[in-house]
Ligand binder design. Structure first.
Ligand SMILES: CC(C)(COP(=O)(O)OP(=O)(O)OC[C@H]1O[C@@H](n2cnc3c(N)ncnc32)[C@H](O)[C@@H]1OP(=O)(O)O)[C@@H](O)C(=O)NCCC(=O)NCCS
Length: 160
C-alpha cells in the first residue's frame, strides 16, 4: 500500500459517476447511516454530486455536496487513508466548484469529532455557529438508527 507521501503524488480526484455508486452507497451506509442529517435537513448523499479520490485503482475517499442559489454544503466527507492529503484534495475540489459558482461553502460536524474540527480549522475554515441539541433533530429523522446512541449533542458549523 502506498504511504502518505506517495498518496499525495499519485492520487487522482474525479467527479462521482455511475461506476462509483455501489462503493459510495456502501461507504456512506456503513459510516454515516442513511439518510445523512444536517441542519439543512435529511439528505440522501448517494444521489448527490461529489468527488472520489482514487489511488492506483483503489478508491480512498469521497465527498458529496449540495447546492442552492447561494450556498454549497459539504454533506459527507470520508478519507480512507488518514493524514495523506485525501481529505484536503476532496474538500479542495468542492471549494473550486463553490468558488466558480459564487457560492458560500459551509458544512457541519459534530462536537464529538475532534479530528474533523482540527482538519477544517487546519484547512482555513472558521467556526460560524453552534447548533445546540442537534442530536434531537437527528433522532427525529432517524428514530431507528442502527448506529446506536450518538456520542454528540451539538453541531458546529464551519465555512470559508
Ligand atoms: C476529517 C477527515 C476527512 C480528514 O481527512 P484526511 O485525509 O486525514 O486529511 P488530510 O490528510 O488531508 O489532512 C489535512 C490536514 O489536517 C490536519 N489534520 C488531519 N487530521 C487531524 C487531526 N486529527 N488533528 C490535527 N490535525 C489534523 C493534517 O495535519 C493535515 O495538515 P497538513 O496537510 O498541513 O499536514 C478524515 O479524518 C475522515 O474521513 N474522518 C472520518 C469521517 C469524518 O469525520 N468526516 C468529516 C465529517 S464532518
Amino acid at each position: 500500500m502506498a504511504g502518505p507521501s506517495d498518496t499525495r503524488r499519485t492520487m487522482r480526484v474525479q467527479p462521482i459517476d455511475v461506476s462509483h455508486r455501489d462503493w459510495l452507497t456502501q461507504l456512506l451506509e456503513q459510516y454515516w447511516g442513511l439518510p445523512v442529517v444536517s441542519i439543512s435537513g435529511a439528505h440522501d448523499p448517494t444521489l448527490l454530486p461529489g468527488f472520489v479520490a482514487e489511488d492506483s485503482g483503489e478508491l480512498v475517499g469521497a465527498v458529496t455536496y449540495r447546492t442552492t442559489d447561494s450556498e454549497c454544503e459539504v454533506v459527507t466527507l470520508n478519507s480512507l487513508r488518514p493524514r495523506a492529503g485525501v481529505g484536503t484534495e476532496l474538500l479542495g475540489a468542492v471549494k473550486t466548484v463553490a468558488e466558480r459558482n459564487g457560492l458560500r461553502l459551509w458544512l457541519i460536524t459534530t462536537d464529538d469529532n475532534p479530528s474533523a474540527i482540527a482538519f477544517y480549522e487546519h484547512r482555513g475554515m472558521s467556526r460560524r455557529a453552534v447548533h445546540a441539541n442537534f442530536v434531537d433533530s437527528v433522532r427525529s429523522h432517524k428514530p431507528q438508527s442502527p448506529h446506536g446512541q450518538p456520542g454528540y449533542r451539538d453541531a458546529i458549523e464551519f465555512s470559508y
